[in-house]
Ligand binder design. Structure first.
Ligand SMILES: C[S@@+](CC[C@H](N)C(=O)[O-])C[C@H]1O[C@@H](n2cnc3c(N)ncnc32)[C@H](O)[C@@H]1O
Length: 246
């Protein structure tokens, strides 16, 4: 998705998007942010969207930079957080962050590293590394590609292959590149091994991957299938470091 599409999404965001900040059942982000809390640390929120996380991180950290490619997202995020004094907002593409190099203790990406252009994605991961200070921490939530295979498997317990392929079809799901087409708008999703590969390639160390869990009902509301008796669907949650010192 590019700027204009995200501007459009900003007008009905929580109706269209399954948010790990609002709709998750378990999300390690909140305890990790609490553990990292310090009035000496600077944090950047890459792809801040409507600024949902800013009240919390503004309370926990010294200075917050919140940026997004979409001017409409930034305007709404500014309005929502107008009473907070330690935040600066920028309209900025996260594939070019030169002005922010080596400035942050913590970088966040909550489902924002989702460009389907794989060359651009490489730049985004490298720039994420570059904006951190020496022992900086990167925390991210990445949409999981495996949940589509998981849904297919669960559906195949009850339905024919033809019917499974009708729901989880090749046109909308590119399982080779990990790209999903949401009504003609493409978005990157990640296999777990790809997350490790991309983070290591960018230089990150001490990579720990776990899950953000969603309820089946929330998942269904976001246009997916539901299997109430089965283990819950997820996004990938990651915490890693710029320089891991043993
Ligand atoms: C799924 S939303 C997540 C928003 C927010 N992090 C949250 O969780 O509420 C993805 C956000 O990333 C932004 N975004 C996507 N590609 C971007 C890019 N290349 N540079 C900066 N922001 C981008 C979008 O405009 C959108 O606000």
């Amino acid at each position: 998705m590019e700027k204009e599409e995200w501007n459009k999404v900003s007008r009905s965001y929580y109706e269209d998007i399954l948010s790990p900040l609002k709709n998750s059942k378990k999300n390690p982000l909140f305890s990790d942010l609490k553990n990292l809390k310090s009035k000496r640390k600077n944090i950047i929120d890459l792809g801040c969207g409507l600024g949902e996380l800013e009240p919390l991180i503004s309370k926990y950290f010294k200075h917050v930079v919140a940026l997004d490619i979409s001017p409409e997202m930034i305007n709404k995020a500014k309005l929502k957080n107008k009473n907070l004094s330690n935040i600066n907002f920028y309209v900025n593409d996260i594939s070019d962050l030169k002005r922010f190099h080596s400035k942050f203790d913590i970088a966040l990406s909550i489902n924002s590293h989702i460009s389907p252009d794989l060359k651009k994605l490489d730049k985004i991961f490298k720039e994420t590394y570059n904006i951190l200070k020496k022992k900086g921490v990167f925390i991210a939530i990445f949409p999981a590609m495996e949940v589509y295979l998981y849904q297919a498997m669960l559906l195949a317990q009850k339905k024919s292959r033809k019917e499974v392929a009708r729901f989880i079809n090749d046109k909308e799901h590119d399982f080779l590149l990990g790209i999903i087409d949401f009504e003609k708008v493409k978005q990157k999703c990640y296999y777990q091994f790809e997350i490790s590969y991309r983070l290591k390639k960018a230089g990150f160390k001490n990579i720990k991957i776990s899950k953000v869990l969603y309820s089946w009902n929330e998942f269904e509301e976001a246009g997916q299938l539901k299997f109430l008796k089965e283990d819950l669907p997820w996004d990938w949650y990651v915490i890693c470091e710029k320089n891991y010192i043993i």
